[in-house]
Design a protein around this ligand. Structure first.
Ligand code: OGA
Ligand code: NI
Length: 366
């Protein structure tokens, strides 16, 4: 056992020292997945395929987005959207949105920018490789490289946006401009989604925003290189998101799966759509009305790399003294609080010490 552990840590260190991530391995021409990436069969299990193949997460039409839906406040149209989103947030914790108002070319440019970052000159990119999260942005492979049982087939660009966003000069030259533009669009869409989710909880449209749910945004540029043996590893192992809400640009190569009724359900790429999911913090403040659901990404078996851009609302607000607990307006004798109150930094510390694929929420259950 000891030798295995030592071998593993030697291999992990060797991989880390290349500073070129999984893409570097693929570029070097490997034809087999190295041992450190091989996930145990229990982790790879596909359970059974869902009984109904049409089973999929709901798609919600946002009717053109915020400006239009603003004019529709109180209308049947807006109410219809609210009901659909609320229903999806309760039953699936996941949905896709179309007709959201973000231009398709910005979405495409964002993915091209992220692809450009990961595919730029290796020597330039190596200089950015870091796990120092006090920086405005970092590039590395596997956030949990040293704690996970198996590494995953993915490299990540991680950028801290509001409340203390970078300037254009701080960002990588290949994708900085589009990242700044994209951030604005996502903040706007996020505000709309939090309004609709507030209404779905029976609260005033500004309730979640007023609680600070839109104050912090972390943007990931995920790059899943083509994997020579996609059945032996994962692209991203099973986890729930730490955030209040996550908006994911999945791109045209599928692979994202959601655990629903004990089945891994594929999230099919829908052209022009965003995938939206509820994170742990929103499950907590909604007192389990909305659910933060486990999901994963299978290893990319396509010949092209899979590029996705998840944006997490309020994933870190380390200096924020605010205390979060189940929203008082939702509580009653029949619905007593299920969680104790906590600060985001308390929650984030817990998150940092646990394995990615275990839940943080239950540590705060009453
Ligand atoms: C994540 C995530 C999905 C994807 O980064 O938390 O779930 O498609 N990403 O990359
Ligand atoms: Ni996730």
């Amino acid at each position: 056992m000891a030798t295995i552990t030592t071998d593993r840590s030697i291999q992990l260190n060797a991989f880390e020292e290349t500073k070129t991530g999984v893409k570097g391995l693929v570029d070097s021409g490997i034809t087999e997945v190295p041992a450190i990436f091989r996930a145990p069969t229990v982790v790879l299990d596909n359970l059974k395929p869902p009984p109904a193949s049409q089973l999929t997460i709901p798609t919600v039409d946002l009717k053109g987005g915020r400006v239009f839906l603003k004019k529709q406040e109180g209308s049947v149209t807006r109410r219809g959207v609210v009901v659909k989103i609320g229903d999806a947030a309760e039953k699936w914790g996941f949905f896709q949105v179309v007709n959201h108002g973000i231009p398709l070319d910005k979405m495409e440019k964002m993915r091209e920018g992220i692809r450009g970052f990961h595919e730029q000159d290796t020597e330039t990119k190596k200089r950015f490789y870091s796990r120092d999260h006090t920086r405005k942005w970092v590039y590395h492979s596997n956030v949990d490289l040293y704690t996970a049982r198996a590494a995953s087939w993915r490299d990540t660009l991680c950028c801290y946006m509001p409340p203390d966003p970078p300037t254009l000069d701080d960002l990588p030259a290949v994708c900085g401009k589009i990242m700044m533009e994209y951030k604005k669009e996502i903040m706007n869409l996020g505000e709309l989604l939090f309004e609709l989710l507030s209404e779905a909880l029976g609260l005033k449209p500004n309730h979640l925003k007023d609680m600070g749910c839109t104050e912090s945004l972390v943007m990931f540029g995920q790059y899943y290189p083509s994997c020579p043996q996609p059945d032996l590893t994962l692209g991203l192992s099973k986890h729930t998101d730490f955030s209040f809400l996550t908006i994911v640009l999945q791109g045209n190569i599928g692979g994202l799966q959601v655990l629903h009724d004990k089945y891994w359900v594929d999230v099919p790429p829908v052209p022009g759509a965003f995938v939206v999911n509820i994170g742990d913090l929103l499950q907590l403040i909604s007192n389990d009305k909305f659910i933060s659901v486990e999901h994963r990404v299978v290893a990319n078996g396509a010949t092209e790399p899979r590029v996705s851009v998840p944006c997490f609302f309020s994933s870190i607000m380390k200096a924020n003294p605010r205390v979060y607990g189940p929203i008082k307006e939702l509580l009653s004798e029949q619905n007593p609080p299920k969680y104790r109150e906590l600060t985001i930094s308390e929650f984030s510390n817990m998150y940092g010490t646990k394995e990615l694929n275990t839940s943080a929420l239950h540590h705060f259950k009453i």
